[in-house]
Design a protein around this ligand. Structure first.
Ligand SMILES: Nc1ncnc2c1ncn2[C@@H]1O[C@H](COP(=O)(O)OP(=O)(O)OP(=O)(O)O)[C@@H](O)[C@H]1O
Ligand SMILES: [Zn+2]
Length: 665
């Protein structure tokens, strides 16, 4: 082990490596590489945590795992394999989620440094908050295809993981998904929603039936169909999809005919929709089964089944088989329990691929192979073993610097596929990015403004969609300020009676302040509620991280003028990158609107400036129309004009323009 050999590292670093205690969070692609690097460089006191078990798809890049380990705990196997490099190392493994209450501030305080190797925002935000509270340096890392990123997060010195609001993941207007799909992805999203309606956790926002409130349909909303089905409110009062499917015992033929014949005919009756579009063609089970002379035999060979675009007859067979298998799987669960869609589950993936392709055919959209649908449905950017290895190498080199308290040398680093104009494929940021004063996590008094329809939003939605999904809390308690009323309690059942009430019913109206507190994260947030009525396709709520941005303009201008008069020269000394990196959108608002997040996995939230290598799916994606689009971080531009680069580098002598290959330290 390097640190156990004199002369490999300078004496001080050698001592620090052998004495420090390190936590690695995540034992996946990057985590395995980090653990191997830690052991080989001579760290001997390591803990590693991962909630997952080893999947066969991990084996091509997670080299601590082999075929015989499939199904076993990632953390435990990673420990065993790493111990083979140095049996004298002390490695403790936890097969658990870092977000449970076993890992609070006291747990984090034991470590000299924490290294994140996660794949989702919720866990990353959670570790960010605990490291800030425990004042333990955190090295955050992520990869997406050929791109990678490593950044140091240190309380008071650098920006934190949440200083810049994350972009909301791409979502699609409900009426496009339900009524007028025009691209394969619309059919894939619809099919995933259908899976949840039939077998998963059904969600009102994921309705798959025709949307009669589509404004484009106008007054002509399927009058024939509505006559039969509309209730007195003018809405179609349908039986819940799951109940209906259960009643007909998940008969594939009945489900097929309802979704692809009856519902499509219903859509056709909304004739306004088809004035300027090609109308869909309803499909009937029997006719498709016969297959118009197409090959209807099932493809047994898994490669062909995955890579080939199947015939409609074959697709319908896959549809029927997958429904049977899923019905059986859901039947084995306890009453009230549901399946969770997973791209790696054969039957769930077959079902989504088949439904997406049948719907695509009906709407005249090109069908796709199961493989292509899997990439789109799972928001998959292929993981590249080499990017993980380079990124993990940088993480451990950064850890050396942190242990030596050389924080200035820990600028964020980006890994790229191609060298930039300065011959760098490992590109360091030019400055340490300081914390954002108004960050809703690391500011002294975290606060946000929540714009929401208080007459419609229920307490349950407030907790699940806003506090947990958008603000990354785990187990929040909420009080109405000034009254002491408990709105939400983390104690089970204590305030469940509030769940279905609207905010207004609990007297939470325009101007009220809520105090949210997550004891697991030692995190308190003040939330000022502003009432707003949202339009149909608008985000149901908006979180404004910088309440100052809402102040009347003149007040802001006066404040700004006062500031400038008082401190003009100081302002000039601000890091030139801080504004852009802090994510102010063009209107100067620090806002992010979050809705309908489909898949929380985010390997990374960055890097859009390399046109060819843009993570293509949700990672750095845009928000829905009308909302601010913010990138979390911008890597230094590859195609910056040479004179601009020269300026930057001359003011930061640490950057060496002549490097062929950038040496980080
Ligand atoms: N809350 C959590 N607590 C502990 N470990 C977590 C948590 N959330 C995610 N992880 C782990 O972080 C690791 C991230 O690794 P990686 O991005 O390589 O994902 P993967 O699941 O191994 O691969 P893929 O998603 O590409 O199939 C995973 O092993 C995952 O189980
Ligand atoms: Zn912050």
């Amino acid at each position: 082990m390097a640190a156990q050999l004199d002369g490999v590292f300078e004496a001080e670093l050698q001592k620090k490596i052998t004495e420090s205690k390190v936590l690695v969070v995540g034992a996946g692609g990057i985590g395995c590489e980090i653990l191997k690097n830690l052991v080989l460089t001579g760290f001997t006191d390591i803990e590693i945590i991962d909630l997952d078990t080893i999947d066969v798809s991990n084996l091509n890049r997670q080299f601590l795992f082999h075929k015989e380990h499939v199904g076993k705990s990632k953390a435990n196997v990673a420990r065993e394999s790493a111990l083979a490099f140095n049996p004298n190392a002390k490695i403790k493994a936890y097969h658990d989620s870092i977000t449970t209450n076993n890992y609070g501030v006291n747990f984090f305080q034991q470590f000299s440094i924490v290294l994140n190797a996660l794949d989702n925002r919720a866990a990353r935000s959670h570790v960010n908050r605990l490291c800030l509270t425990a004042d333990v340096p955190l090295i955050e890392s992520g990869t997406a295809g050929y791109n990678g990123q490593v950044e140091l997060i240190k309380r008071g010195l650098t920006s934190c993981y949440e200083c810049v609001p994350q972009p909301a993941q791409k979502s699609y207007p409900g009426c496009t998904i339900r009524n007028t799909p025009s691209e394969p992805i619309h059919c894939i999203v619809w099919a995933k929603h259908l899976f949840n309606q039939l077998f998963g956790e059904s969600n009102e926002d994921e309705d798959v039936s025709p949307d009669t409130a589509d404004p484009e349909a106008g007054a002509d909303v399927g009058s024939a169909a509505l006559e039969k089905e509309a209730n007195e409110k003018g809405n179609v009062d349908r039986v819940n999809t799951r109940t209906w499917a259960k009643q007909c015992e998940y008969d594939p033929e009945k489900i097929f005919n309802k979704l692809f014949f009856d519902d499509i005919n219903y859509l056709l009756s909304m004739s306004n929709l088809w004035k300027n579009r090609t109308p869909p063609k309803p499909a009937k089970w029997d006719a498709v089964q016969e297959g118009d002379g197409e090959d209807g035999s099932i493809v047994e060979d898994s490669v062909t089944r995955d890579q080939k675009v199947l015939s409609m007859a074959q697709t319908t067979k896959v549809f029927g088989e997958s429904i049977k298998a899923l019905k059986e799987a859901v039947g084995k669960l306890p009453e009230g329990d549901h399946l969770v869609w997973d791209k790696d589950d054969k039957d769930g993936m077959d079902f989504v691929a088949a439904c997406a392709n049948i719907r695509a055919q009906i709407f005249g959209i090109p069908r796709k192979s199961r493989f292509e649908i899997k990439s789109m449905a799972g928001n998959i950017i292929p993981a590249i073993a080499t990017t993980n290895a380079i990124t993990a190498g940088i993480v451990v080199m950064r850890a050396f610097r942190v242990l030596q308290q050389e924080y200035e040398a820990c600028k964020t680093v980006y890994v790229r596929l191609r060298v930039n104009g300065r011959n760098q494929f490992i590109v360091p940021e030019t400055l340490i990015i300081p914390p954002k004063p108004k960050c809703y996590v690391c500011a002294a008094k975290p606060e946000v403004v929540l714009k929401v329809d208080t007459k419609k939003l229920t307490v349950r939605e407030f907790r699940d969609d806003i506090l947990i999904k958008a603000l990354n809390m785990v187990s929040p308690d909420v009080l109405l300020d000034g009254t002491g009323t408990i709105v939400i309690s983390s104690e089970e059942d204590e305030r469940d009676c509030n769940n279905d009430k609207t905010l207004e019913e609990l007297k939470i109206v325009n101007g009220c302040i809520l105090k949210a507190d997550d004891f697991l994260q030692n995190y308190e947030l003040s939330i000022t509620v502003l009432h707003k009525e949202a339009g149909r396709e608008e985000a149901p709520f908006e979180i404004v991280a910088d309440p100052d941005s809402l102040k009347p303009k003149e007040e802001e201008e006066k404040k700004e003028a006062g500031k400038q008069a008082a401190a003009a020269p100081v302002d000039d000394a601000q890091p030139s990158t801080s504004k852009g990196l802090n994510g102010s959108s063009s209107n100067g608002k620090q806002s992010t609107a979050v809705n309908e997040v489909e898949d929380d996995d985010d390997d990374m939230c960055i890097i859009e400036d390399d046109e060819d290598e843009k993570p293509s799916t949700s990672k750095a994606a845009v928000t829905t129309p009308g909302k601010s689009v913010e990138k979390r971080k911008h890597a230094p531009e590859d195609d910056e004009p040479a004179n601009k680069k020269a300026k930057v580098s001359s003011s930061h002598p640490m950057d060496d323009d002549d490097d062929d290959l950038v040496i980080l330290d």
